[in-house]
Design a protein around this ligand. Sequence first.
Ligand code: LLP
Length: 382
Amino acid sequence: MENRLLVEAANLFGTPIYVYDLPFIAQRVKTVQDFFEDFDFRLAYAMKANFNKDLLSLLNKLGTMVDVVSFGEYLQALSVGFSPERIIVNGNCKKESELERYVKDGVYSINLDSYEELLRLEKIASRQVRVSIRVNPDVDPKTHPHIATGLKENKFGVDFDTAHEMIKRINSNKNLELIGLHCHIGSQITEVEPYLEAVVSIKYFAKSVGLNFEVLNLGGGWGIDYGNGKAMSLQEYREKIFPILKELNSKIVLELGRWIVAPAAYLVSKVEYVKRTPFKTFVMIDTGMNHLIRPALYGAKHKILPLYETKGREKIKADVVGPICESSDTFRKSYTMPRPREGELVVICDVGAYGYAMASDYNLMPKPKEIIWDGSKLFTSS
Ligand code: LLP
């Protein structure tokens, strides 16, 4: 998105603000759909990444499906127009009352996270319901440990032996229809190899138990380049994963979140002042870890770019920090940037996924506004 639009948004709506580029998101959806054109493919956007209603309405209009992990997300998806048959229900702790509602509404699939959840569902499945089993293939996704989910020590999914037991149980229940397997091994994955390990083990498992499934849901996880040059290579994915998917010959579902929306949003912030101590320089900006917790929680490094005139400015090395009363409220350490003046603007990039969605009003500093760019105008999100 052009800098001039970000500056215009800040002038119109103040700072700090999240600005969402909807045309970019539409382009991302098209790219992934084109990528899988040789398959019977469905994108189920992982709305945990960003549940903004304008953004969801766009995806609804584009005809994607949606993956929800809570009842709150389910209601939000319905409220923007997703019909239950376009909703996939994930989450590792579904309540009985929630399951009842999913059964009644007829969602696309309830993805069972455990044997215990199957027992729970059996009790209330008074009519036909489509289910999938979330398998945990025990692979290392080589990402931050907080967002690795497919290792055997993680709380998610079931091992293949348990999956086999579940298949037998599901097949003996006339109200439960097993549509397939689900597998989400982690997030911000920038190598293809972990996916390869996962699909190969799923293939062997299916073969060994004689399972022919309608849907293979490979979850999300595609990593984007936050500035270190590493991202999921679609070319390599095509070369290594497509042949196995072709062999499996099932419908493919991906629950991408970050890859669809992360690069589509910007956190625009104002420099309050530059503080100098005998040891360091701090650029104090008017947004903090309560608005974007990824650096504090995962050590994530987001690019921070100046929205001011940089010609002839001295370069400084500074910690870029926010107003929250914690030292973890640091976006970047020893970051090289042209020295800003009080009141000038900076933009933190690639914040569309797990940015606003994880924001809070910690320290009673309110959340920022969300501003939409629809390709022709800027407006406050409803
Ligand atoms: N499907 C399931 C079952 C998931 O648990 C997740 C993410 C996704 C799909 C979407 O993954 P994605 O394509 O966005 O990588 N807050 C962390 C990320 C947590 C991811 C949780 N699950 C962060 O800021 O990096």
